[in-house]
Design a protein around this ligand. Structure first.
Ligand code: G3H
Length: 478
């Protein structure tokens, strides 16, 4: 056709009546690689209306049948891993192997969610009244979990497939319908993933995928009265959404500035390996990336040398070649990262490597002797640039971590488990990893941010529960 990917509504692939499209720029070539439909507000209205109707019958389909369909979708998703991964390579410059891993992980997530759903939703509660003062045993209360209605899922560019299914699968197993608004970079991978759900045979209208410009349909979607729940992963936009959304449950996972605190007794080889993996995988474009290293001064020189030796070995280039460091997602992102690097340079940070950039490709860079007056000490580059701050006591590290607006994850390296637990308790973050870099997975673990890092908790079980509401029926005995 005209080379514009269609959007998905009421079980069919459609062209937008707007006649407009949105280009998807390949971060490596910086040329338009795909185009998707620029949907209109009218089309959004239609999708939400259909979703509302489809949800009512979906909720009546037995739970085990809903699970069966999800298992089917998971298997189809895995069969389609190669073409979906290919999209991830072209749209978001994810290294080829990681792109495949993302799709396989997503299939596993969908299956796990189906299994978890049949168990946790297969149970309710039974309460009796005489435990509360003044009551006889004359009231029996039966509770179960009912769906919320229409769930709006908005995943970010860095995991357009995995962070979409982490919202889609819990919503569906719990009996909700689902409207997906994928990120522009990653939209075609998401459409292909939705195609797998289409092939699995879900009822028409239950799942839809609307593409388009945030300026045209963003607020319209998030403020739509037909939406009963929003699950969002991304940046500052999430704060704006929280302020504008109606009285509906919100699940938000926003930015992070995950700190890595290193004590004097730490295994420095283990630390260096985790800093490089945690700081530089997918070129630092992970919300859970290590974003600031806080190391005891007495071991800092040795650690920095070990990290440098590993950074030098990182391959830099196109995602097709499976390079470790690939172009960052957009030119404006590269410019933002460069701004942080230049600020650190003017303020006297030590450059462990030369700063190098070609287009959106930024070579990995470790900045030593970073001080709190530098922007990079606090801001999230979302790129392959990692600041090291030297500390003289653990309290200094904890203080820096807690002074951040963010509170997603953090990590601490030490052989002393008692100290590690005390430090974990003191760190104001949703998760603290002991002796490993931050990470969201395995995908059934709870995942949450404090402060500006989010609202609520994710992970398979928490997401299923969050996308339901408790309903009770009370039997009053004579
Ligand atoms: O970018 C945010 C993701 O939730 C991080 O997931 O730890 O598996 O990379 P990850």
């Amino acid at each position: 056709g005209d080379g514009v990917y269609k959007f998905y509504s009421d079980g069919e692939w459609r062209k937008s009546s707007s006649g407009k499209s949105v280009p998807i720029i390949n971060p490596t070539t910086r040329k338009t690689h795909f185009k998707v439909q620029a949907c209109s507000q009218e089309e959004v209205n239609k999708i939400i209306e259909t979703a509302k109707i489809a949800q009512k019958s979906w909720a009546k389909i037995p739970l085990w049948k809903r699970a069966e369909l999800l298992h089917k979708a998971a298997a189809i998703l895995k069969e389609h891993k190669a073409p979906i991964a290919e999209c991830l390579v072209k749209e978001i410059a994810k290294p080829a192997k990681d792109a495949v891993t993302e799709v396989v992980r997503s299939g596993d997530l969908v299956s796990y969610c189906a299994e978890e759903g049949v168990r946790i939703l297969g149970e309710g509660k039974f309460l009796v009244s005489d435990s509360f003062p003044g009551n006889e045993r004359t009231k029996y209360c039966l509770t179960s979990k009912i769906p919320l209605g229409v769930v709006l899922a908005i995943p970010p560019f860095n995991y357009p497939v995995n962070l979409a299914v982490s919202k889609i699968a819990p919503a569906l197993i719990a009996g909700n319908s689902l409207v997906l608004k994928p990120p522009t970079q990653g939209a075609v991978a998401a459409l292909h993933m939705i195609h797998c759900f289409h092939l699995a045979g879900f009822p028409k209208g239950l799942i839809s995928c609307v593409t388009g410009k945030g300026s045209e349909i963003g607020d319209f979607l998030t403020m739509h009265p037909g939406v009963n729940c929003i699950s969002f992963t991304g940046g500052d936009t999430g704060i704006a959404i929280s302020k504008k959304a109606g009285m509906i449950p919100l699940q938000m996972e926003l930015g992070g500035k995950d700190a890595c605190i290193i004590l004097e007794d730490a295994d420095l080889d283990l630390v260096a390996a985790n800093i490089v993996k945690g700081g530089f995988s997918y070129s630092g474009q992970r919300c859970t990336a290590v974003k600031v290293v806080l190391v005891m001064d007495s071991v800092a020189d040795v650690l920095v040398e070990k990290v440098k030796a590993k950074v030098v070995k990182l391959t830099v280039g196109p995602p097709e070649d499976d390079c470790d460091i690939t172009p960052v997602v957009t030119e404006s992102s590269a410019n933002f990262i460069e701004g942080l690097v230049m600020d650190a340079k003017h303020k006297g940070a030590t450059f462990c490597q030369e700063y190098k950039r070609e287009g959106n490709l930024i070579w990995p860079l470790l900045l030593d002797n970073v001080r709190p007056d530098m922007r990079i000490a606090w801001e999230e580059p979302f790129g392959p640039v990692l600041p090291v701050i030297r500390i003289n006591c653990v309290e200094e590290g904890i203080h820096h971590c807690n002074a951040s607006n963010f509170g997603l994850q953090g990590c601490v390296f030490t052989k002393d488990i008692n100290k590690a637990i005390l430090i974990s308790d003191a760190m104001e973050t949703g998760t603290v990893q002991i002796n490993a870099a931050p990470a969201r997975g395995p995908d059934h673990f709870p995942f949450q941010g404090l402060k500006d890092s989010g609202i609520g908790s994710q992970g398979i079980t928490n997401s299923i529960n969050m996308m339901t509401k408790v309903k009770s029926t009370v039997i009053n005995l004579p």
